[in-house]
Design a protein around this ligand. Sequence first.
Ligand SMILES: [Ca+2]
Length: 405
Amino acid sequence: MIRSMTTTTALAVCLAAPLAAQETHTWGEKNADFEPAFENQTRAELVQSDLTFEYRQIAEGLEHPWAVAELPDGAGLLVTERPGRLVHVTLEGEVSDPISGLPEIFNQSAGNSTQAGLLDVKLGPDFAEDRMVYFTYAKGMGDGMSVTAAGRGVLSDDMTELTEVEDIFVQTPPSPAAMHYGSRIVFDGNGHAFVTTGEHFTDEERQKAQGLDNTYGKVVRINLDGSIPEDNPFVGQDGAEDSIWSYGHRNIQGAAMRGDQLFTVEHGPAGGDEINIPQAGLNYGWPVVSYGVRYDGEPIGTGKAQAEGMAEPAYYWDPVIAPGDMIFYEGDMMSEWQGDSLVTGLVAPGVVRLEWDGDRVSAEERLFTEYGRVRDIEELSDGSLVLATDYEDGGLVHVTVAGAD
Ligand SMILES: [Ca+2]
């Protein structure tokens, strides 16, 4: 069954980008008054690509699409909708009925904000052989309590159901606060998965980001079946969760591998979004230090941005961009971007491109700003991009370079 054919007309319209480059970005007013620890840790030089883009709306009417994963052999896309649906979308815009077999998804709101739901989806590293699909989600634990979890299941050939579904990670302990779930899952190419979490936001819950006896505000590292790699940094340490890779994070909604190195992008408070390059066993500082301040302008933790024993972010934004996800671009279509990261923005509209010099950012560009809240970005096998716009009536946008095949 096809849920929406509204895109058939949109498909016929191929909107060319304005010939002029996008409007020039200027830095906004800072929320906080900290000095960076090193040059280009924030506000790197603003640049503009000399590319002309074409945009095609693939699908509309998706409810807060959160993640997009390309299937092999032109078989289209798997897309999560945050309320709890996993759907198949063709590149022509046909949206399937929800794929069955997911666990029950917790999608309650907290105040006027809904952050819980079905979050990431990725094809497993051996998908061609085992059709294993991995996902992250908010899991209800009873009495309104919830956690972040990661699961996996086998996608049927007709893409209508997941079978053999199991959890491979369940955050502990259950939280009464339905906020800050993270979460992405990425693979290191060496048999492990990294799962990112959040710290459930409240003043009380966030303190757990510094504790090793829980998995709030952590990057965790697991084997693909959910077992714990023996070389994880806290294996064998009394009172520490063996799954922890790094800690002191706030709300990590984006993650990507560059070679065998994990990069994460996390939501900070006002003025403190961070890119980190998480190393085994290190403390990334939240909520003791931050380059941001509380939303009411009051200080965070010690009121300082830096502390001995707490790792510096590789990059931070003040004002924030509210990062959704990030990729490292590898394709030929936008070949001058190879090795750059593309970070989606929810508050800063569109996508932020970062150029890197080793582990340091060297330049920044703002792209695709007319699309507003962008939750996810996927590079397709031909080097084109798909953006997922995060609205109640959200959709997918296919971005190509004018004149590219
Ligand atoms: Ca930090």
